[in-house]
Design a protein around this ligand. Structure first.
Ligand code: ADP
Ligand code: 5GP
Length: 189
């Protein structure tokens, strides 16, 4: 079966950290779906690796062409979307696709794919811890940081709609829990 594994959580919960780890330890079974976005690359991010960085016009053109499985305006004026081309390439390689998408995009994919998809909600131990992690990461300017924190409570209200919730407190425990969840899901018919 062609499978999808969705990780959603408020920004700063640890999705990128967890997904990167899973891809390292399960690289024969999993591959990452590189999304498209209209935001600018952060230092160290490469076009085609973390994201396909697009101008707004190009993104809109792709929406018209039906290139996306789903797309969302995750932050004001900033679009993100999952590309069919990525998913098809990974399935053709015989691997399951891993996504790091916002809560709406995650639930949208789950609705489309049902039992073919495992939807994991990664939750920080508290909003205070989330703020601390985001602030320490230092990747957002102040107003973006505020926007991400303000959105966190709204996003946290979606957790019950996910297949499973993992609290990301101690990272080694989170890694072990997610590895088990994902390998059990992949092993299922
Ligand atoms: P997201 O992709 O959800 O925005 P990141 O993976 O970038 O989140 O994590 C946000 C920050 O928190 C990063 O600096 C990361 O190193 C740190 N972090 C992630 N998980 C933990 C954890 N369990 N304990 C402490 N710090 C963590
Ligand atoms: P960041 O800018 O921190 O990389 O990501 C911001 C948010 O956009 C995160 O919640 C991330 O999961 C989400 N995101 C990344 N790619 C996609 C996508 O293809 N679709 C949707 N809906 N959200 C995405």
């Amino acid at each position: 079966m062609e499978k999808l594994i969705i990780f959603s959580a408020p920004s700063g919960s640890g999705k990128t950290t967890v997904v990167k780890h899973l891809l390292e330890v399960m690289d024969q079974q999993l591959a990452f779906s590189v999304s498209a976005t209209t935001r600018s690359p952060r230092p160290g991010e490469l076009n085609g690796r973390e994201y396909h960085f697009l101008q707004l016009d190009d993104f809109r053109e792709k929406i018209k062409d039906g290139a996306f499985l789903e797309h969302e305006e995750v932050y004001a004026g900033i679009l993100y979307g999952t590309l069919w081309s990525e998913v098809k390439k990974i399935w053709a390689d015989g691997k399951a696709v891993v996504f790091d998408v916002d809560v709406k995009g995650g639930l949208n994919l789950k609705r489309q794919f049902g039992d073919q998809a495992l939807a994991v909600f990664l939750r920080p131990p508290s909003v205070d811890v989330l703020m601390e992690r985001l602030t320490k990461r230092s990747t957002e300017v102040e107003h973006q940081l505020q926007e991400r924190i303000a959105k966190a409570n709204y996003e946290l209200s979606f957790e019950s709609q996910y297949d499973t919730v993992v609290v990301n407190d101690k990272l080694d425990v989170t890694f072990a829990t997610c590895e088990k969840l994902v390998s059990d899901f992949i092993a299922k018919d």
